[in-house]
Design a protein around this ligand. Structure first.
Ligand SMILES: *[C@@H]1O[C@H](CO)[C@@H](O)[C@H](O)[C@H]1NC(C)=O
Ligand SMILES: *[C@@H]1O[C@H](CO)[C@@H](O)[C@H](O)[C@H]1NC(C)=O
Ligand SMILES: *[C@@H]1O[C@H](CO)[C@@H](O)[C@H](O)[C@H]1NC(C)=O
Ligand SMILES: *[C@@H]1O[C@H](CO)[C@@H](O)[C@H](O)[C@H]1NC(C)=O
Ligand SMILES: *[C@@H]1O[C@H](CO)[C@@H](O)[C@H](O)[C@H]1NC(C)=O
Length: 570
């Protein structure tokens, strides 16, 4: 340290020598600082260190620019530092002025002379401040400048202004209007929600049955299984957790896990080796096969069941990678991420989503070729660790282990909502999955597998306590979780669709028409799609949507889902 000090001293001396010699002489309108720099005379004694060595602020007797003369130090204190609660004069005189005596409360207005009067007296044509400052600036129309910062309507008030929205939209973050979506906002339906004459009715995708009297959709066919990776190998259990089996034995795999449901094949990672394994649950030979050697630090894994691709994110390469499900054609899709932790893919819409948890935590979306990148979530997010898609509803769920919450958002970044808040079982989440009406997660602090209502976090269930075994990745196995485009097209002819589903069905229909009829229809397609491009889905970052639960702790809208059948919900 001493050497360093001496060195710095020498360097300082050298540079000072250099600078006094090298600087041009100061002009007559300039003050010569002790360090040789020239500053304009106006800047002398204004309470701000313009020289860099404060020499323009010493020996001051006439302070300029409304700054305060600090007698004890023979220097000036800038006007902004007066009465700011921090003494800038050695004797604290800048905080002991008469005008500092009063700090006005929220319901008071601070007169220019520092006195406080009731806010109700502002702009009422009666002088309450001795200097009349409570009646000044009353006619300002804040809406004239930049529409007051409002996205839609700006209403000028006698005092201040407020933003408002046209009907059918609601105000978020006090300034921005967002389309209201009765179906998403009310959360009555697990899947398809149909608006008719101001009421809502629920329906389910093919393969699910609607539970009478509720909006719940139950999957038919084989029983779903929850697959969890642990440091003792991969295990599966049924949804309630009553039955549990080992899939692999004694092979550490405390990383993410994913599945190709159609082939009953699991994919997982041994994190420290960077090896991705594959195992078919159909074959009698339950030995995992090495699929490929990737990099270390892989925290997220996802299967594109349509194109048969595997996506993963790595904290050591800071990138999103993709390879064929047979292990060939590895490539880097998106690079330059900070600490990517999770990935999910919606191949029917052509979206890949990922979470980044360092520098500026966020959730982003891109096309499957890595273009059209959009940030969906950038605020009120601390440490996203897992993402999972609710494909029938077009929602992305994520777990934030920093905020200890599970939230969801539509694929366009709107309609954000927190559904599960810290409840003693959400302290160190790792894996996340959404199925039927519930959201499932693994928690590494309590070593448990939990689930709750996907709309509001109600009815928490701890389905498995794994004792000393720490669960990591989690995936639910059920063929309906990875629908083919055909299944969904069949349901289109049956029912009207909410906007988000309609959007991609429209695209699918269009693509098929193209194949059938040929390029002649291309122009028609542009016409068809044109109105949709008016939605805020551009290439630039979307405006943040507000999460009412996060910001104002509003009560969750509903607990029971009655009334959806007779359509009484508004
Ligand atoms: C301070 O200002 C007064 C009046 O403007 C002037 O007479 C006096 O010389 C100034 N003092 C200094 C130190 O600049
Ligand atoms: C919706 O309203 C229209 C006209 O107001 C009416 O004809 C129709 O029967 C209503 N449909 C339902 C399902 O109530
Ligand atoms: C699973 O494996 C662990 C150790 O690897 C063992 O203790 C446990 O009993 C096994 N469970 C079942 C259900 O076979
Ligand atoms: C999945 O199964 C289908 C049909 O048997 C087969 O064509 C395909 O190659 C399999 N995909 C993988 C990745 O094993
Ligand atoms: C892997 O799959 C790709 C298509 O996805 C195919 O072109 C390639 O031949 C396959 N490689 C092997 C070794 O099967």
């Amino acid at each position: 340290m001493e050497h360093l000090g001496a060195l710095l001293l020498i360097l300082t001396c050298v540079s000072r020598l250099h600078s006094t010699e090298g600087f041009p002489k100061c002009s007559i309108e300039q003050f010569v600082c002790n360090n040789g720099r020239c500053v304009h005379l106006n800047l002398r004694c204004d309470g701000v260190d313009d020289c860099g060595d404060s020499s323009d602020e010493i020996s001051c007797f006439n302070c300029t620019s409304g700054s305060f003369h600090c007698v004890a130090a023979a220097r000036c204190v800038s006007s902004r530092s007066i009465c700011d609660g921090k003494p800038d004069c050695s004797d604290g005189a800048d905080e002991q002025l008469d005008t500092c005596a009063q700090t006005c409360t929220r319901s008071q207005f601070r007169c220019t002379d520092g006195r406080c009067v009731p806010s109700s007296g502002r702009c009422d044509n009666i002088k309450d401040c001795e200097d009349g400052s409570d009646e000044e600036n009353c006619d300002d129309n804040e809406c004239e400048i930049n529409n007051g910062g409002c996205s839609h309507l700006c209403i000028d008030l006698p005092l201040g202004f407020m933003c408002d929205c046209p009907s059918g939209m609601r105000l978020v973050q006090d300034t921005h209007c967002q389309d209201m979506d009765q179906c998403l906002d009310s959360d009555v339906c697990d899947q398809i929600c149909v608006r008719t004459n101001g009421s809502l009715a629920c329906e389910c995708q093919d393969g699910y049955v609607l539970t009478a009297g509720t909006g719940e959709c139950k999957a038919t066919g084989v029983a779903a299984r929850v697959v969890v990776s642990t440091h003792e190998g991969v295990k599966w259990m049924d949804l309630s957790g009553s039955e549990q089996r080992n899939i692999t034995y004694k092979r550490a795999s405390s990383g993410p896990v994913s599945a190709l449901n159609a082939n009953n094949t699991l994919y997982w990672i041994i994190p420290y080796s960077g090896i991705i394994y594959r195992m078919s649950l159909d074959s009698s030979d339950h030995r995992p096969a090495v699929l490929l050697k990737a990099s270390t630090g892989i925290l997220g894994l996802a299967v594109d069941w349509i194109r048969e691709l595997l996506y993963w994110v790595s904290t050591s390469t800071h990138a999103l990678h993709v390879a064929s499900l047979n292990g060939s054609k590895q490539s880097e899709l998106i690079s330059g991420l900070s600490r990517p932790t999770a990935v999910a893919v919606q191949p029917l819409l052509g979206y890949v989503f990922w979470a980044d948890s360092a520098v500026s935590p966020r959730i982003e979306r891109a096309s499957l070729d890595g273009t059209s990148r959009i940030a969906l979530i950038t605020s009120s997010i601390r440490y996203p660790v897992a993402i999972s898609l609710d494909i029938p509803r077009g929602l992305l769920y994520w777990a934030d282990s920093g905020l200890r919450i599970i939230s969801r958002v539509a694929f366009d970044g709107q309609h954000r909502k927190t559904v599960v808040e810290s409840n003693g079982y959400l302290d160190k989440p790792f894996g996340l999955a959404v199925f039927e009406s519930r959201v499932y997660w693994s928690d590494q602090l309590t070593n448990s597998i939990c689930s709750a209502d996907k709309h509001n976090g109600n009815m928490l269930q701890v389905s498995q306590r794994l004792g000393s075994v720490s669960p990591a990745g989690l995936v639910i196995l059920h063929p309906l979780l990875q629908p083919s485009g055909n299944d969904l097209l069949q349901s289109e002819t049956r029912t009207p669709f909410p906007d988000s589903q309609f959007a991609w069905l429209l695209s699918l229909t269009v693509i098929i028409s193209l194949l059938l009829v040929g390029a002649v229809l291309w122009r028609q397609r542009s016409e068809l799609c044109a109105p949709r491009s008016l939605s805020p889905l551009g290439d630039e970052t979307l405006k943040e949507s507000q999460d009412p639960l996060l910001l104002s702790r509003l009560p969750v809208i509903h607990e029971h889902k009655d009334g959806t059948q007779n359509g009484s919900t508004h």
